[in-house]
Structures are given as C-alpha cells and as structure tokens.
Design a protein around this ligand. Structure first.
Ligand SMILES: NC(=O)c1ccc[n+]([C@@H]2O[C@H](COP(=O)([O-])OP(=O)(O)OC[C@H]3O[C@@H](n4cnc5c(N)ncnc54)[C@H](OP(=O)(O)O)[C@@H]3O)[C@@H](O)[C@H]2O)c1
Length: 323
C-alpha cells in the first residue's frame, strides 16, 4: 500500500490523528481546571497506547484552553513530548472590539499566534504549523517572510494548510520557500462534497458543492497529506442515527449497524473505515473525548470495506442515487 504522504515528513506519524478541539473544558470563559488537565493527560496516554501519535490543535480551540490543558499535561510528564507529533493552526481571529470574526495572515498576527501556541503547549517547536483558513487579504511576500523567519528560528518544522483549494495552495506555494505538507479539510460520511465533486462532472443538478474539483487529485499528486476533520461525522451515524427524523440518516445508520455486526466493531470504526477505504490515504482526525471510542477508532485500519459496502454507505448517506 502507498505510504501516507505525511510519512515523508513525519516518518512515524500514525494513520489516525487525535483532534484536541474537545479539550480544555469547552467554549466558555471558565479557567482551565485540574480536571481539564487530567482529562488531557488521560486522552494523550490513551491515544499513544492505542497507536495515535499525531495531535491536532488550533490556537482558537476552546478559546486557547485546549492548548493550555494539553501543555499542562505535557509539563506533568515531559517524556510524552518525544512520543508525539504536534500540529497547531493559526490565522482565525474572533470578533473583538475592533472588528468581527475574521482571518489574519499578517506577519504580526502569525508571529503573535505562534508564540502563544508554543507558550501554551509549553514546547519549543511545532512539528507542523497549519494556516487555518484562507485570508483574502493575504500578502504572500509578507507571509512568506514571516514564515521563513519563524521556521529558521526553530518555531516550527513543516508547514500545512487547512480549508484551502488547490489553486490557493499552488498560489501560496509559489511564493514560499517551504513545502506545504498537509491540507486539512472536512471529509466524512456526513459531509460528502469531497466525493460528490468527482462524480457530478457534467451533471448540473447538484451544484451546491463546496469543493473545488481537482483539489483531492492535486494533493495526491503533490504528496500533500489530506487530513479529514469531522471524520467521525460527529456521531450522526451511530445508534442515535437510527431514530433520526431524516430517512437517509436512519437508513445509513441501520446499514452502519449491519456492518458493525459483520466486522464486530462499534459504529465509529465503520464511519472511519469509509474514509480509509478511499485510495487517497486520508488521515482522519478524530475529535472524540471518549476513551473507549479513541481506543476503538484505531482498529479501523485493521479491516477494509468491500467495494459494494463502501458504495452502499456512499449512496445511502448522500441521499440520492448516483448519476
Ligand atoms: N481545520 C478545521 O477547520 C477544523 C474544524 C473542525 C475540527 N477540526 C479538527 O478536527 C477534529 C475532529 O473534528 P470534530 O470534533 O468536529 O468532529 P468528529 O471527530 O467527527 O466528532 C467528534 C464529536 O462527535 C461525537 N461522536 C463521535 N462518534 C460518536 C458516536 N459513535 N456516538 C456518539 N457521539 C459520537 C463526539 O462525542 P464524544 O466526545 O462523546 O465521543 C464528539 O462530540 C477536531 O478535534 C479538530 O482537531 C478542524
């Protein structure tokens, strides 16, 4: 099987990554508690024991608290750091007195953000720094210079992006002396735009697709690791989906349950197997905070869905026959 693109840069990176957006005690103004730090520690340990060694952050998660809780857990046991790869993202700003919620790739903001990330995580260097969402006001020369300085000063090793199409990646890459190693986008059984854009060519009926055709192929051709956020479909296709008000969610969930019986795994594993069956070697980022679900998720690499099973899931979940 083809090696994951990310392994060119992070040789030991696991096929599944852990998404830290659920850490830190939620999107509120409460300070980080001992309980939040203990939760981060047990999640880190469970993930590592299960074979997950890539941890995905963003400066904004739970208003910076996810990184703070994670950093405190690393401080308690500094030996954990060498067992993992850490990535974090910058470039999204919340609404404040000066402006509404926005994106900011200015040198000032990126510098400030990276320093904040390292401080909260209590680490010297990020393995991957990702630009979170494309900033329409991006000045590529300014950004390129800032990123190069940050990299040369040892604050991050590799650069990635998130929520970008391939034109944007190409454009950015052309101004940088750095290789883009990953693109993190939403891909799951619940958000099928990543597949629909490829099967709807010449079929104008369904044109409300948020994917730019060719992004997946571009990433695959250029060894840019596709990372899937929302990869567990937020539990939509689990036991709870069977009672959904939407027929296609009920039917998809029922089919997921059949596959659960066949493969003797819980529903989150089937949902991940759907992503992993695609030949693009997608790296799912799982955002569950449930330790059993973390452990189970890693078994998704052990089996592979048949072509027929994969298409059953795709067609049921997309709620419409293929053209
Ligand atoms: N780049 C970006 O723009 C971006 C955007 C969003 C997220 N992300 C990254 O991607 C990671 C994952 O995204 P996500 O957390 O939005 O999506 P996710 O992994 O699909 O969903 C996680 C949520 O779904 C619940 N869940 C999952 N499987 C379940 C099941 N079988 N039954 C019941 N509940 C289930 C989890 O609850 P429990 O905790 O109870 O299991 C949790 O609340 C994030 O942590 C973050 O690192 C990136």
């Amino acid at each position: 099987m083809k090696q994951y693109s990310i392994n060119k840069y992070l040789p030991k990176a696991s096929k599944i990554a852990y998404g830290c957006m659920g850490l830190g005690g939620g999107w509120n103004e409460n300070p980080v508690t001992t309980e939040n730090i203990n939760q981060a520690r047990s999640i880190i340990e469970t993930a590592l024991e299960s074979g997950i060694n890539v941890f995905d952050h963003a400066d904004i998660y739970t208003f910076n608290k996810a990184e703070t809780a994670f950093g405190e857990a690393l401080k308690q046991d500094p030996s954990l750091r060498e067992k993992m790869y850490i990535q974090s993202k910058c470039g999204i700003r919340f609404e404040d007195d000066s402006a509404p919620g926005r994106y900011d790739f200015s040198a000032d903001w990126v510098n400030k953000s990276v320093d904040g990330i390292l401080q909260r995580l209590q680490i010297e260097k990020l393995d991957v720094l990702l630009l979170h969402r494309p900033d329409p006001l991006m000045n590529t020369e300014e950004l390129a210079e800032a990123l190069l300085k940050l990299r040369n000063s040892g604050k991050f090793e590799h650069l990635g992006v998130s929520n970008m199409n391939h034109h944007q990646i190409n454009f950015l890459q052309s101004s940088l002396n750095l290789t883009v190693v990953a693109n993190q986008v939403e891909m799951s059984l619940a958000n099928l735009d990543w597949l629909n854009e490829g099967v709807m060519v010449g079929t104008p009926d369904e044109n409300n697709n948020n994917y730019v055709a060719g992004m997946m192929e571009f990433c695959r051709l250029n060894d840019i690791q596709l990372q899937a956020w929302g990869s567990l479909a937020r539990g939509v296709f689990s036991e709870k989906g069977i009672n959904s008000e939407h027929q296609h969610i009920r039917e998809t969930s029922q089919y997921v349950m059949q596959l659960c019986e066949k493969y003797e795994v819980p529903s989150e594993v089937i949902v991940l197997m759907f992503l992993l069956r695609h030949p693009a070697n997608i790296q799912p980022i799982i955002g569950t905070t449930n330790l059993d679900r973390i452990r189970a998720s890693t078994t998704a690499t052990e089996n592979s869905l048949s072509r027929e099973e994969w298409y059953h899931l795709f067609v049921k979940a997309r709620n419409s026959k293929l053209p």
